[in-house]
Ligand binder design. Sequence first.
Ligand code: NDP
Length: 475
Amino acid sequence: TSAQIGVTGLAVMGRNLARNFARNGYTVAVHNRTVARTNALMEEFGHEGEFVATETAKEFVAALERPRRLMIMVKAGEPTDTVIQEFAPLLEPGDMIIDGGNAHFADTRRRERALREQGIHFVGTGVSGGEEGALHGPSIMPGGSKESYESLGPMLEKISAKANDGAPCVTHVGPDGAGHFVKMVHNGIEYADMQLIGEAYQLLRDVAGYSPAQIADIFRTWNTGRLDSYLIEITAEVLSHVDAATGKPFVDIVEDRAEQKGTGRWTVQIALDLGVPVSGIAEAVFARSLSGHADLRAASRGLAGPKATQLGEAAAFADRVEQALYASKIVSYTQGFHEITAGSTEYDWNIDLGAVASIWRGGCIIRAAFLDRIRAAYDARPDLPSLLSDETFAQEIAAAQDDWREVLVAATRQGVPTPGFSAALAYYDALRAERLPAALTQGQRDFFGAHTYRRTDREGSFHTLWGGDRSEVEA
Ligand code: NDP
């Protein structure tokens, strides 16, 4: 038997992807460093389709039809390099190594370059949807060569999630690291979405006075409208869950310290390198970091807060929070797509933004009805300078902004932190501003460092002799 695809690394993700391939009629060779995992897969799920269980690297490679398609689902980082080094010498020109782990796109670029010299296609592939997605259909973001996608694409389309219109949630994102880059930004946007939802929850709780169960119902209602999304749906589930041991709301017995694995941080680090303002994503990463500083928080607990003020009607406030959440969400996607545009330009990836929005409609963590609107916006105008310049989104923000501002006034008065909502509004107001204080910044820089400035009325660079007679010289 020769397998159409091989999967090595059979922890939750690899095992479920292998099963997904097999359930879709492919013959799948399976391999894992520790053979026990391979055996467990065969015992539990071997009946689901055609598997070829292998123990050694040689056996694994020999089980694959040519050109070989070998998928790696091991721990990101060094383990991935170890596994590549183990298999690459056994492969031939034209073979493909697909890395479905959460690799940093710079590592993917490095690996792709090295393997290309051997004639091997290295396909760094973002996979989103967690364990369930891997089994039932993830959103898949492959990079690598066009040629490799011709061979792999049909298989990936088969195992991927399908959007509402039936379109597979996979596309050839672009060469080398493009797929992992887009997966990284997906995760950054996921952080922002979660933070914004968290802020909405806290406002409904601390400002409007709703209980977790009531807030769950509010989220359920929101989920029938324009906020319809997986994250809103699971938020309602988490909020209505009651702890069996204490009878208390689950959210009240969980430690309020958010952890992270690093993809959100990468999104912000790379945005800083590329000069892209992703303030909403950055605030989301910082909010998790702040939550983890237990000592700092304990030491600050006695700091003064505002006097309690009266809130109007709670239901009306909840409607405003929905507006604020939606407007802030538009801004964080605007920032995320800006980062993809900047990466695409920097690395010559030629990424189709409409296609990215399209493959995020199903399977992945940020899947949402909203993404279909982003797809439509980019399909109508592929050169859209920013999502905010799309007429529909601009109108929606225009309609939401009064409520958005009111919510932030209430949050400020009550002392409820809203870094995500606030950063989003500041970004919006800064972009639409006629003049920014950056002119003053330039003046200060010229004053202390003779860094020069440009004038609004003439070409050229100028410097004012601040320490002298303050006349202006051309720099
Ligand atoms: P883990 O990240 O926990 O990795 C465990 C697997 O890696 C095991 O098969 C393990 O083999 C193998 N491994 C670790 N080190 C080595 C090594 N030095 N040499 C060979 N094999 C090694 O598994 P997951 O299934 O959670 O994730 C797999 C990949 O998918 C990761 O890159 C992860 O970031 C990514 N991912 C995970 C998602 C999730 O929801 N979990 C979602 C999307 C992507 P052994 O059994 O022998 O220890």
